[in-house]
Design a protein around this ligand. Sequence first.
Ligand code: XUL
Length: 514
Amino acid sequence: MPLYLGLDSSTQSLTAIVIDADADRREVVFESSLQFDTALPQYGTQHGVLPHDDPSVAYSPPTMWTDALDIMLARVAASGLDISRLAAIAGSAQQHGSVYIGSGGLARPPFTLSRAVAPIWMDCSTSLECAEIAAAVGGNEVLAARTGSRAFERFTGPQIRKFYKTEPEAYAATQRIHLVSSFLASVLIGEHAPIDPGDASGMNLMELTTQRWWTAAVDATAPGLAEKLPPIVPSSAVIGVLSGYWQQRHGLPAASIVAWSGDNPCSLVGTGLVREGVLAISLGTSDTIFGLMREPRVSRNGIGHVFGSPTGAYMGITVFRNGSLARERIRDSFGMSWTDFSNALQQTPPGNHGRMLLPWFEPEITPPVAHAGVQRFDLDPEDAPANVRAIVEAQLIAMALHSRWMGVDVKTIHATGGASVNSAILQVMADVFGADVYQFEVGNSACLGAALRAFHAHRAAHAQPLEWDEVVRGLAEPVKSSRVGPVASRHATYRELIARYAERESTHAASVRT
Ligand code: XUL
């Protein structure tokens, strides 16, 4: 039976999952992960990001990602699996980050980069460029209606514009601009790869409904950009085969390479959200809340995004920057383990006696907060358990508040990402949303989603297409026994708290914005 490899290059780590799949059976047969900071210390990253004096700037080294890929392919080759059965590989990557390629091919490393670093999704240094692009296309509402999002600092278009303005010569020397996803796909096939609509919709450059580059936005971003952008192909396109370089280096077969996508579009598949009505919450470096959308209902208040879905429809998503690193900041400041963190949550009452915080340890995406600044209300900064409850409640209340634009009456939530193993956090989630929360056997839904996309595309390419329900069956289904149900009285408490939180949030987001 064929094997399918999914790879996920996230902010902090690279993960691989191999599934053994046919029409009747799917099974994870290999899973491995490496942390960039510890596996590749020579790059000096912290949580996968290069230290920088300006807190609004976030860069990572693209060669660190390709070195990680090399290590991971060696692990897959040495896994003991009959690797000659490897039929297809697809990938998932952190969204929005951009890689700038100069002249010279991609047949084998080292590659000629016209910019040594890649700005990533945590970068928020492009407010000016956002304003310029929005103004040039007729305003943020027009941009959102066409591309699915108003201008956002981390989106690739504003990032490209800043590069063009600050390093015009390096921009001119750039032959091709890739997303992290299309860059790593290129490395695997040994030539420039296309971009899929799921990840292209995180650029402020693609027209959502036609899945083509939108000329007005491209022209507003930087001169000559149209020639530097890869073509857009459907997410299920087979874009080539594993290049001779990787086949020889690791003894791998000429597996098909399927277009890579963003981690959130891949997670949509990996959490089984192939139908409308259910939302997923991913608790990772970023916290995200998302669900499938049959029609693109763009956020009117400029909060969320509509991206392309790998299933061919759309997805609504809201993204929070202060995710796992904010939870870790609280945990570490009190010298706690994760078990202590869960105990603290259990010791404190829902609603926290009205003690509250706004969790902006770093600048925030939702709502837009340009400068870090944690705000506490009736909350003693030394009270460990109360601070633990306050961060978790703040994050989940913010998610409930800022996912309303999707118009989903949330009854079921699929929880994924590192912190989704914590059932005390999931209880707060169930109570805040008044919804049943389920966990998954495979915690890394982005990576699993990539493996399932490889399966789906390979079957379709061999005239044996499978419906998406069939593709996700068995592996990307919530574990029924993991259900965490809401408690009605607590949900009532949170319904009141949400209004108070919203008021405080809007006052303070405005005051820390410049
Ligand atoms: C999505 C976003 C983050 C990154 C994290 O818009 O900015 O979720 O994709 O990897």
